[in-house]
Design a protein around this ligand. Structure first.
Ligand SMILES: *Cc1c(COP(=O)(O)O)cnc(C)c1O
Length: 357
């Protein structure tokens, strides 16, 4: 049995047998002048026509930058759409499961929960790496998809490369590697290994390094077969014309993104150093992303007080293996300096308070 037929056997039977929604424009090849097929308003306005359902011209541009063929690219309304569709296509509700290492990004378990798909959780190690023997123990016949976030949110580190490769080689289901923060990392993308591993799915996004979170565009790279499955079940017009146009425009200036990344990496180093110098901060974990995880005395209190001063960070202190931690996004130089100033003020106040007791 070829590996490819294994992957097709992973697809839920109802999805495999589904005939997708087809529009007249799907059946048409060539240059039409008159469009009387889709009940659009015929009077010209920038958006009177439905967008290209498969975003072909945008995929060509993305392909040129990412070195992945257009037929191996799925575009979603954020990478969150791809996460949801992967679970819906491959996991039978009430029967199948996904496996996630913890702590990690929250959407995998939310999407699984919405779809009545069980979530198996395996703790990362103390250094936030994959615990391979615990993973192996947790995997069973119901486990269809493993989600790996690398660099991991909220810990910030890249997961061990050899461990991921081992899973790709040995696990029979899909391995989804969420690379939302890959632009900030010293590692390379697993998208380069798509030809080698038919069970590999790589997620990236325009929401972080590219500065386009408001447009909602996520990328999913996988085999032609997996991309076809996702295309079959997505909403026909999931990416608006405006998003397709604006992202196409942004892609013309990759240097802008690279410049932002350089500045953010520079600021990440400065912020890490400044945080470490604070008495109230005991650990700043090494980061391959555009945020840092910091262990802080009285984290929930600091979180609340920062909010009172108009600065919002993420309180992760109740998250497993993140006890006492805040997750702090790297901001502009001014924002980072202000944060440090506010933290100095707060931690001095907290110290004075404890002195009084
Ligand atoms: C921010 C983030 C995303 C991005 O989601 P979009 O829907 O593309 O905005 C995906 N995965 C992780 C781990 C993230 O932190």
């Amino acid at each position: 049995m070829s590996i490819k037929s294994n992957i097709s056997e992973l697809v839920r039977p109802n999805i495999r047998d589904l005939r997708p929604y087809a529009s007249a424009r799907d059946e048409f090849r060539g240059d039409a002048a008159v469009f009387l097929d889709a009940n659009e308003n015929p009077y010209p306005s920038p958006f009177n026509r439905y967008p290209d359902p498969l975003q072909l011209s945008l995929k060509e541009r993305i392909s040129a930058i990412k070195h992945v063929p257009p037929a191996q690219i799925f575009l979603g309304n954020g990478s969150d759409e791809a996460i949801d569709l992967i679970i819906r296509a491959f996991c039978e509700p009430g029967r199948d499961a996904i496996l996630i290492p913890e702590p990690t990004y929250g959407m995998y378990s939310v999407c699984a929960g919405v779809n009545d798909v069980a979530v198996k959780r395996v703790l990362l190690t103390q250094t936030y790496d994959l615990d391979m023997s615990a993973m192996a123990q947790a995997i069973d016949d119901a486990t269809k998809v493993i989600f790996l976030c690398s660099p991991n949110n909220p810990s910030g580190n890249l997961l061990n490369n050899d461990s991921i490769v081992k899973l790709l080689e040995e696990f029979k289901g899909l391995i989804v590697i969420d690379e939302a923060y890959i632009d900030f990392a010293h590692g390379t993308s697993f998208a380069m290994l798509l030809d080698k591993y038919p069970n590999l799915v790589v997620l990236q996004t325009f929401s972080k390094a590219w500065g386009l979170a408001g447009l909602r565009l996520g990328m999913c790279f996988a085999s032609d077969f997996i991309i076809c499955v996702l295309n079959k079940i997505k909403y026909p017009y999931n990416i608006s014309s405006q998003t397709q146009q604006l992202v196409t425009k942004a892609l013309e200036n990759e240097e802008q993104k690279n410049q932002w990344v350089r500045e953010i990496l520079n600021e990440r180093a400065k912020l890490t150093k400044a945080l470490k110098a604070l008495e109230a901060v005991s650990v700043v974990y090494p980061s391959d992303a555009n945020f840092v995880l910091a262990k802080v005395n009285n984290a929930p209190e600091i979180y609340r007080d920062l909010m009172g001063m108009g600065t919002i960070v993420r309180d992760r202190s109740k998250v497993v293996l993140c006890e006492g931690c805040l997750r702090i996004t790297v901001g502009t130089p001014d924002e980072n300096a202000l944060l440090i100033e506010q933290l100095k003020k707060l931690t001095k106040e907290i110290r004075t308070n404890t002195d009084k007791i």
